[in-house]
Design a protein around this ligand. Structure first.
Ligand code: PHE
Length: 453
């Protein structure tokens, strides 16, 4: 169990806040046209993200042991629902293996910052350095292994000692340093163009793929739809207000994402030669530039700030990768009767091997594609745009239609102790809005509406 209420919120927030906010959000916003994408993303956060999160919390806490058992217990003993326990297993491997690649990049950048390697460089050099590093067949793989080893160490230690304590220290620190960086970025010359990109929507750029991407980003950023938060919720105490918890996590998460946008895009427009749709490299090229530009006159300040920032980013990535590893480890521990450390090591090794293929997608294996995507993009697509929405909708349908309404109400309202009009709204969303919404988006992607015409 998480020892405190704050610890539970922070651990869930730790899972949610990560590279999805600081790296994936700006990348997606940049390639999908800016402000209009952000608006749709925020809408999906409220309409789908938060309800699915509360749903995962309710299922997990009701069972209290592990995801398979939770589904069975909540359905009133229908054994078939145990299979939902496989969702976190399959998706955990997929998501951890490519996430660890990017987390490895951040660890490498922290190391470069430690050696003072950013000093005196110009924008073109940062871009060149990143491309050479990420395309290397050996170095990024090594850093990815390191991240997985660190993640494995923490998960093997267990819930309270590892996960909760870590989240409590790191989350607030990250928040403060992001705030400082926003200030820095906004003070750059030409920053206002970045603000226009972020906040002036141009709806002519919106199409089916932008909508799907916005939905994928909302799910990914909140870590919902895979059973990850369901796993954490197994360790929640009975007096935690699930709806309030879900809303707090989503607010923190959205704020960090928007602030990351406020760091990246003003800087992109202020530094010549950078484009907002540069893709995965965006963050790794712009950020070092911001440090040099803003603190460049005072080298020791630039040094300290870049070091602290990358270290915090590594920690944000770790609190997320921990939750990914935990969801598979918990399953192996409970269902295959393995010890926690043993399960954690096994899952780590397999993910590390898959991670090699994802890392090589930026170099030697750039042209090895499946369905027109390299491994890295394919894994990301499968997780964010397929498994998360489908998993999310399955869980909503489960709670909204399969589970006895009295059981649902008792779980969400803590046996009637919480009297909130939000319960009715929540139930309406999981029964009707979420399933229909996801159905329409997929139908559109598959071209069904075109056929109707
Ligand atoms: N939400 C995390 C992030 O923003 C990523 C994540 C996805 C974590 C799925 C757990 C499960 O970085």
């Amino acid at each position: 169990m998480f020892a405190s209420k704050v610890g539970a919120v922070l651990a869930a927030a730790g899972s949610a806040v990560g590279l999805g906010n600081v790296w994936r959000f700006p990348t997606e916003t940049g390639t999908n046209g800016g402000a209009a994408f952000i608006l749709i993303y925020v809408l999906f956060m409220l309409l789908l993200g938060v309800p699915v999160m509360v749903t995962e919390f309710a299922i997990g806490r009701h069972g209290g042991e592990n995801v398979s058992q939770s589904f069975e217990k909540m359905s009133g003993g229908k054994r078939g629902w145990r299979w939902m326990g496989m969702l976190p297993v399959v998706s955990g491997f997929l998501v951890l293996s490519y996430y660890a690649v990017v987390a490895g990049w951040t660890l490498y950048y922290a190391y470069v910052a430690l050696l003072g390697g950013f000093e005196g460089k110009v924008p073109a050099e940062f871009a060149h350095d990143f491309v050479t590093f990420s395309a290397d067949s050996f170095r990024p793989v090594l850093w990815m292994f390191l991240i997985i080893a660190m993640t494995c160490g923490i998960v093997a230690l267990g819930v309270q000692k590892g996960i909760e304590r870590g989240a409590k220290v790191m989350m607030p620190l990250l928040f403060i340093s992001i705030l400082v960086l926003v200030g820095c970025s906004l003070s750059l010359p030409g920053a206002s163009k970045g603000l226009t990109f972020l906040f002036q929507p141009d709806f002519s750029k919106v199409n089916g793929s932008v909508v799907l991407s916005a939905m994928g980003q909302a799910f990914f950023s909140l870590s919902v739809g895979l059973g990850c938060l369901c796993t954490y919720a197994c360790y929640f105490r009975k007096d935690i207000d699930l709806m309030k918890n879900g809303l707090s996590v989503a607010s923190i998460d959205t704020m960090v994402a928007l602030m990351s946008g406020l760091i990246i895009f003003p800087a992109v427009y202020s530094i010549s030669g950078l484009q907002p749709d540069a893709g995965p490299s965006l963050v790794f090229v712009t950020l070092p530039n911001v440090f040099q530009h803003v603190f460049g006159g005072i080298p020791w300040l630039a040094y300290i700030f870049s070091l602290v920032f990358y270290l915090l980013l590594v920690m944000a990535a770790l609190t997320s990768s921990i939750s990914m590893l935990e969801m598979v480890t918990a399953y192996f521990h409970a269902n295959l009767h393995m010890s926690r450390p043993m399960a954690a090591v096994l899952v780590s090794v397999v993910s590390a091997i898959l991670g090699i293929f994802c890392s090589w997608s930026f170099g030697d294996w750039k042209d090895v594609t499946l369905f027109g995507m390299d491994f890295f993009d394919l894994f990301d697509f499968l997780v964010a745009k397929l498994i998360m929405p489908v998993g999310g909708v399955l869980m909503c349908v489960f709670l909204g239609w399969v589970v006895d309404e009295r059981v649902l109400r008792a779980e969400i309202t803590n046996q009637g102790a919480i009297k909130s009009p939000l319960y009715a709204v929540y139930r309406f969303i999981i029964r009707y809005v979420a399933p229909l919404c996801i159905f329409f988006i997929f139908a559109n992607e598959l071209g069904l509406f075109g056929l109707l015409k």
